[in-house]
Design a protein around this ligand. Structure first.
Ligand code: FAD
Ligand code: MLT
Ligand code: ZN
Length: 460
């Protein structure tokens, strides 16, 4: 135990809340992956930028590693502290600092929950459009550090698109105020973007200025039962051509099985192998009629076998629950997760290659597919067969992930679409990024974190 280092921290920042209490170490030392045993040195809860800077300066002086910690909903092990690190929880820095009606921006501290930001935007008659199932627990700092995606990327893009300004404390202890909310700024490298998706390896986000936008028109949700895999992207093409989409997601019968076992209701009498959930603008009769015509067209083509369109907000929510409840329904099984992407145009060919691989390699395993297929992003979750040793299960899944990487390389895809590399996908970074790119990333990291104190062991 690094007690003298902690004593020095207490002395230099006497107002900083710090603990070494075992239950807190356990709680704050892990994220949703639950694969590593938490073993941090201590947990710190700074309340302002000066305290964060003080912690970083102390970490450099004492050679203690830091793990920035948000809502710990991460799925790549990025917020795991298993090697005597100091966890820096940003959860006490959770305020809205400013709203600017002219710029239409909201400036917030990093520990604010995504849902609180969404609600604050609505109070000002606008929206913050990044959205996904962990909205109540994940934090803006974590969203920035992972460049979070979610269910509205098809219309609004990832978190990156909504960051108008970022204040960070670098691993070297410098405070940088990046872009300051400017819409146009052609004054050299846009360093803000280096920190977006950096997974806590370059510094700590201490403030974010978020761009807001107009609320969309009223929408409806359509759930389609889809008889075969090839039809998924045919339905996508038809939906995109005829409707104004704000989401296009899919899941399989196995996903439905788990989510129903968790309390959701199947709106159809029969089980189909695939399902699509799509949300579209339905503010007028013409848009609603277009959706009905689309449904009939898909039925005629044999691309769907059944469908239901939401007639109320409550019904829309219950249809969304079928898709958004999947992660929680699987969590008790500690699934092995893959989160991959290919270009949208490559999805049909990729689906074929991937299905051939998975049915060859996992004939006995429960393989659950779902995700943001309209963005070319598929989530593949593998549930451990009962009785199989957990370590053997992970080893087997890692072996298949290597094969999956070969398929991804063939289709020029990525081993992480939105969850990040963290610890989970570290061995496979080379399948998505060239040796030259990784060398450059290492160089950037060395400049911003010369002593290697920021989330060491994560990403590469
Ligand atoms: P954490 O898990 O705490 O941390 C994630 C990474 O960010 C770590 O590397 C950490 O060190 C770093 N970090 C955290 N805060 C800071 C900071 N202030 N400064 C610097 N680095 C920091 N993700 C998606 O992209 N799309 C989805 O659709 C989606 N759906 C999800 C649904 C569920 C039910 C769950 C549980 C997770 C889902 N996720 C999804 C994953 C996760 O919610 C996101 O990755 C989210 O952005 C993580 O935020 P967090 O605050 O929980 O970060
Ligand atoms: C989702 O889209 O539901 C998430 O990314 C979470 C997951 O992959 O489990
Ligand atoms: Zn997702």
């Amino acid at each position: 135990m690094n007690t003298s280092a902690l004593a020095a921290l207490r002395q230099s920042l006497p107002a900083l809340k710090l603990t070494t209490e075992a239950s807190e170490l356990e709680h704050y030392g892990r994220d949703w992956t639950r694969r590593w045993t938490p073993a941090p040195l201590a947990i710190a809860w700074p309340t302002d930028t000066a305290q964060v800077q003080g912690i970083v300066q102390w970490a450099n002086a004492q050679a203690v590693a830091l793990v920035p910690s948000g809502g710990r909903t991460g799925l790549s092990g990025g917020a795991v502290a298993a090697n005597g690190e100091l966890v820096v929880s940003l959860e006490r820095m959770n305020r809205v600092l400013a709203f600017d009606a002219i710029d239409r921006t909201l400036t917030v501290q990093p520990g604010i929950a995504l849902q609180t930001v969404q609600n604050a935007a609505i109070e000002h008659g606008l929206i913050y459009p990044v959205d996904f199932g962990a909205r109540g627990s994940c934090q803006i700092g974590g969203n920035v550090a992972t460049n979070a995606g979610g269910i509205r990327v098809i219309r609004y893009g990832n978190t990156r698109n909504w960051i108008a300004g970022l204040k960070v404390v670098t691993g070297a202890g410098d405070v940088l105020d990046l872009n300051r909310g400017l819409v146009k700024n052609a004054s050299g490298y846009d360093l803000r973007h280096l920190f977006i998706g950096s997974e806590g390896t370059l510094g700590i986000v201490v403030e974010a200025t978020l761009a807001l936008t107009d609320a969309p028109p009223p929408s409806q949700v359509l759930l389609f039962a889809v008889p075969h895999m090839d039809a998924l992207m045919q339905v996508f093409g038809a939906c995109r051509a005829r409707l104004s989409l704000s989401a296009f997601e899919f899941f399989t019968d196995r996903a439905l099985h788990h989510v129903m076992a968790h309390g959701a209701q199947n709106p159809f009498a029969e089980i189909a192998p695939y399902y699509v959930v799509t949300e579209f603008d339905a503010g007028d009769e013409a848009q609603q009629n277009a959706a009905l015509a689309l449904f009939e067209h898909c039925l005629e083509q044999g691309w769907v076998t059944d469908g239901v369109v939401s007639q109320s907000e409550a019904q829309a929510r219950s249809l969304w629950r079928l898709r958004e409840g999947i992660t929680e329904s699987l969590a008790p099984h500690k699934p092995y997760k893959n989160d991959i992407s290919v270009r949208i145009a490559a999805v049909p060919a990729f689906l074929h290659d991937m299905q051939a691989l998975l049915s060859r390699e996992y004939p006995e395993f429960d393989v659950i597919w779902f995700g943001h297929i309209g963005d070319g992003n598929l989530h593949i979750n593998i549930v451990k067969p009962e009785g199989m040793d957990y370590a053997a299960f992970i080893a087997e899944c890692e072996r298949v992930t290597e094969l999956l990487c070969e398929v991804l390389v063939h289709h020029a895809g990525s081993i992480s679409a939105e969850h990040g590399i963290g610890l989970v996908k570290k061995p496979y970074l080379g399948s998505a990024r060239s040796a030259e790119e990784i060398a450059l990333m290492r160089g950037i990291r060395a400049v911003l974190d010369p002593n290697g104190i920021m989330n060491p062991g994560k990403l590469f």
